[in-house]
Design a protein around this ligand. Structure first.
Ligand code: ADP
Ligand code: MG
Length: 693
């Protein structure tokens, strides 16, 4: 059954919407009448009853009515009009800083006035500052509102009154079918969802007797109804991507064992049970004629790289190429070195391509990549520039995917496409993603979890102390390094200013060099040239440096087993997932490791709770769940991911109970049907580039 949904009606169809208003509405993401109908109130005002002045409490908002007992211009620090309003139950001051002579005149002694405003404590009892008011003529008391008043998100130059007026007009179009019900009856009934139009109308003008508390907490059935539909649309758009990809063929890659057997035999360790299980899932996917779309989640240090190497080997065993993409040059270089050390002894050619590979070296790598001579190519996003061509790319590995946005992930798929053949894709992330989020943000991927760390790892001892004890911490660094260990000192700053962050790291490095003259101290931050960064990292890795001062650029993947102490300054500024990532840089060897979270007092209640989670848990998944609870999905998924997660109405955390239902509901719909197209179009609009793969 296909539903033809009429084209959206432009907002200019509403009375009073000219070019200027059209532009303002655009800033709110509203271009059609449908958009306006889905622009829901942030909250509501109750103007449905007149409150006795005597019952008012500070912070209340409402309607009062009474007689002006005194209206005077008062000369305080500023000239103002101060009136006393009495209704027989009490007195309230009305304070105006801006007023005209006519206003002063209207608010004269004895005038009967109805006001709406917020009640605040004033110098002489309660008051309203600049209330909305209306002078009533004797015998003419207009009725109060019969519905709650919606308060909408606004933009500059647009008032509540104006927007309310437009919404009221749009609601008339609702009666004429401006928004059609797309969800099938069976589905509405199964999940007890109320009809769409009814829900929209309810939310714009809730009746007086509605459950206001539920509305304010966004758990009213009318809100749930809309959130459900929106989440479903997002979910379907991801499924659609998945379908269209899987319609394309992929090379069938048989695991022959030719290289994987000697590779495994040559490793100085046995794979963990979890690594073996995930490696088998990957091998099975790649042996099929539909492209693999697999996300491998594994905590820091769980050994994802070996799993990626096995996948690359499987491509090579079939005479094809594999590309391995890392988010930074440091990580790309580390992978390059690892892969070279593992694969070259087997006779496999490994190349690399990052921004700093230039000139002749670059053109040679490009030539080897294009001829197929380079069997495994490691790099950064430089791998996917225009001039990079692969002879026979059969596998793309994306490491630390959370650093790339969803869009980049999809561009990458495009780049790898060759005719109607798509390479297999293996996406790896060390940021454990709570299950509910995986379901919504990664509905296009299959998911494997490496839920076991290699044996012999000792959990990192985490201590939380105030930066007043900096001197003690410095002594601790001195001692650890004297014993031949290495340490990280991580400087954080508010993320917006990379320049300031780098500067702070420079200053800290200087201070530490003074305090610890006997140590060899290095520095890496985002403003160094890639070569400088890499050489500093290399020196640290080669134990030519004792202490590495760094900004959060060292966050992902860097592996220096001898580093067993990490100091993190101002950890309260970072998300838990990021702290967990950072902490994962230590505890990679067999010696006992320490992480010192040196916060700046005072900590907020939430700050204390968050650091306590770090102290008590080393389980990335638990930490991620906690982060989600404390800070919401935007923070957990990273800002780059939130672009696609920008919901109009739904909130992944608040509505997380809906997600399993969404998955079930989506399963009975055909993501490619007209019905789903219409849903996706309604909720993701033209901005769903990623749905057009
Ligand atoms: P991550 O999952 O964080 O990317 P890596 O792949 O970098 O982890 O592995 C971390 C370290 O653990 C590396 O030094 C790697 O060689 C080692 N390692 C991986 N698998 C095992 C294993 N099964 N037993 C012991 N050490 C392992
Ligand atoms: Mg890694």
């Amino acid at each position: 059954m296909d539903i033809e949904v009429a084209a959206p009606l432009p907002v200019t169809r509403l009375k009073g919407v000219g070019t200027a208003m059209e532009l303002k509405l655009q800033r709110l993401g509203i271009t059609s009448i449908q958009d306006l109908l889905l622009h829901l109130p942030l909250r509501y005002q109750d103007r449905t009853r007149v409150l006795p002045i005597g019952s008012l409490r500070p912070g209340d908002e409402g309607v009062v009515e009474g007689n002006i007992a005194a209206g005077d211009i008062v000369q305080g620090r500023r000239r103002m009009l101060l009136c006393r309003l009495q209704d027989g139950t009490g007195t309230l001051s009305l304070r105006f800083f801006h007023f005209s002579a006519a206003q002063k005149n209207a608010l004269r002694n004895g005038a009967r006035v109805r006001c709406f405003g917020e009640v605040r404590p004033g110098q002489a009892g309660l008051e309203m500052v600049h209330p909305e008011y209306r002078v009533l003529s004797p015998g003419n008391e207009p009725p109060v509102d019969d519905a709650l008043t919606p308060v909408y998100p606004l933009t500059e130059g647009l008032t509540q009154g104006r927007l309310r007026g437009l919404v009221m007009q749009a609601l008339e179009w609702l009666d004429k079918g401006a928004i059609e019900e797309i969800l099938p009856d069976t589905l509405l009934r199964q999940w007890s969802l109320s009809p769409l139009c009814e829900s929209i109308r309810y939310l714009h003008c809730p009746p007086v007797d509605c459950d206001q508390a539920a509305l304010l907490e966004h758990r009213h059935p009318a809100q749930t109804r809309l959130a459900f539909e929106e989440l479903l649309a997002h979910h379907l758009s991801l499924l659609k991507i998945r379908h269209s990809l899987r319609e394309q063929g992929a090379p069938v890659l048989k695991p022959t064992g030719e290289f994987s057997r000697p590779f495994l035999a040559g490793l100085p360790f046995e794979l963990t049970g979890a690594q073996l299980r995930v490696a088998r899932e990957v091998a099975r996917d790649m042996n099929m004629a539909v492209p693999m779309l697999r996300l491998v989640q594994g905590d820091v240090g769980s050994g994802k790289t070996v799993v990626a190497a096995l996948a690359a080997i499987q491509a090579v065993e079939n005479g094809s190429q594999a590309a391995v993409m890392a988010p930074t040059e440091i990580l790309a270089e580390q992978h390059f070195n690892n892969f070279k050390a593992w694969l070259e002894p087997l006779g496999i050619t490994v190349d690399w391509l990052v921004g700093k590979v230039k000139g002749k070296a670059r053109s040679e790598t490009l030539a080897r990549t294009a001829s197929g001579q380079a069997q495994v190519v490691v790099g950064t996003h430089a791998l996917f520039q225009e001039d990079v061509h692969f002879a026979d790319l059969a596998l793309v590995v994306v490491d630390e995917q959370h650093r790339f946005g969803v869009h980049q992930r999809l561009t990458l798929r495009e780049k790898g496409r060759d005719g109607n053949r798509t390479p297999h894709q293996l996406i790896m992330t060390a940021t454990p993603i709570p299950r509910t989020l995986t379901m919504s943000a990664y509905a296009d991927l299959d998911c494997s979890i490496i839920d076991e760390l290699p044996p012999g790892r000792t959990p990192v001892n985490t201590v939380v102390i105030a930066d007043g004890r900096r001197q003690e911490v410095i002594e601790r660094v001195r001692q650890a390094c004297a014993e031949g260990r290495q340490a990280y000192w991580v400087c954080t700053l508010i993320e917006e200013s990379e320049a300031l962050q780098c500067q702070a790291a420079e200053v800290t490095a200087e201070q530490l060099r003074e305090a610890l003259p006997e140590l060899r101290i290095g520095l890496v931050h985002g403003r160094l040239k890639a070569t400088e960064k890499a050489s500093e990292m290399a020196r640290f890795k080669a134990a030519e440096l004792d202490l590495l001062v760094a900004t959060t650029v060292i966050e992902v993947g860097v592996d220096v087993p001898n580093a067993s102490l990490m100091i993190i300054e101002n950890p309260e500024r970072l998300g838990l997932a990021q702290l967990h990532q950072l902490r994962g840089r230590v505890g990679r060897g067999s010696v006992e490791s320490f992480c010192v979270l040196m916060y700046h007092a005072p900590l907020s209640q939430q700050g204390r709770e968050r650091l306590a989670v770090m102290r008590e848990s080393s389980d990335g998944f638990r930490i991620a769940e906690k982060d989600l609870e404390l800070r919401g999905p935007g923070e957990v998924l990273g800002t780059r991911q939130t672009g696609m997660m920008a919901f109009k109405i739904a909130d992944l955390q608040r509505d997380s109970a809906l997600l399993p239902k969404i998955k079930q509901a989506a399963a009975v719909l055909d993501a490619d049907s007209g019905l789903c197209q219409s849903l996706i179009k309604r909720w993701l609009g033209a901005g769903d580039d990623y749905a057009h793969v």
